[in-house]
Design a protein around this ligand. Structure first.
Ligand SMILES: [Zn+2]
Ligand SMILES: [Zn+2]
Length: 253
């Protein structure tokens, strides 16, 4: 994006299009995409977290893996989110998806790397959650792919878009419950034979903007397990931490 521009050209762009905050549209000095006030509204997720799921836990918790993950283990090995999914992070993601605020991608990726970086190794394969081509044409870009590319740049891992295809254009999951979401994405992804071989034994990191019910990630994890990958991680901008918020929900897609 803009960070690849030379200093002189960048100054011209800033003069014509002064950087504005992605949330309040106020002018900002830097290129973080957020003004100071809006930055303080963001709820960064920090320790103590469930080692597996990245869900905030209390310091009193005795096991490194939280009770929900022990009762119903997720299909992936780890998940980390930069932010709790709330009104502020939702507004930021909507700005990225629907208001073309691609300039926030480097900052989002840096914050995701802050949350997940310790889990990611150089040879890891970073795969964005794919959009169906029909939706891609309508929206012109896949925000998860933009985030995955930037995260790969930050961590030195391998960016591998298009290793996984979305073969079915699933309807938006807004207002669906967990079971309906699982049924909605079942069989929605495919991995070509050549990629299946390339994935064997690899450590994979799936990237998405937001983690809500986990139905999409679980479906993808099952596909990847069938390719005998050695480890599956998930890095997202924001994750639902409180169940009430999930029930009120909204799928961003
Ligand atoms: Zn602002
Ligand atoms: Zn957990």
């Amino acid at each position: 994006m803009l960070r690849g521009l030379g200093a002189g050209l960048q100054a011209t762009v800033d003069w014509v299009l002064p950087p504005r905050c992605a949330l309040c549209s106020g002018m900002i000095g830097g290129r973080d995409g957020l003004c100071g006030d809006c930055f303080t509204r963001m709820h960064f997720l920090a320790d103590p977290l469930c080692e597996r799921f990245g869900r905030p836990t209390s310091v009193q918790e005795t096991s490194p893996t939280c009770a929900p993950c022990l009762t119903a283990p997720p299909g992936y090995d780890w998940l980390r989110a930069a932010f709790a999914y709330d009104d502020a992070s939702r507004a930021l993601i909507l700005a990225l998806k629907y208001r073309d605020r691609l300039d926030v991608v480097p900052s989002l990726a840096r914050w995701m790397a802050g949350a997940a970086g310790a889990q990611i190794e150089r040879d890891d394969v970073i795969i964005p959650v794919p959009l169906h081509w029909r939706r891609y044409l309508a929206r012109r870009f896949n925000q998860s792919a933009a985030l995955a590319k930037a995260l790969a740049d930050y961590t030195g891992a391998v960016y591998a878009p298009e290793w996984v295809q979305r073969t079915r254009n699933t309807p938006p999951m807004k207002a669906m419950n967990r079971q309906q979401r699982e049924a909605n994405v079942r069989g929605a992804f495919a991995i070509a034979e050549q990629q299946r071989g390339a994935l064997r034994g690899k450590r994979v990191v799936l990237v998405d903007d937001v983690y809500t019910s986990g139905a999409t990630i679980e479906e993808l994890s099952a596909e990847l397990r069938a390719c005998e990958v050695s480890r599956i991680g998930v890095a997202v901008v924001a994750r639902v931490v409180n169940h009430t918020h999930f029930l009120q929900e909204f799928e961003l897609e």
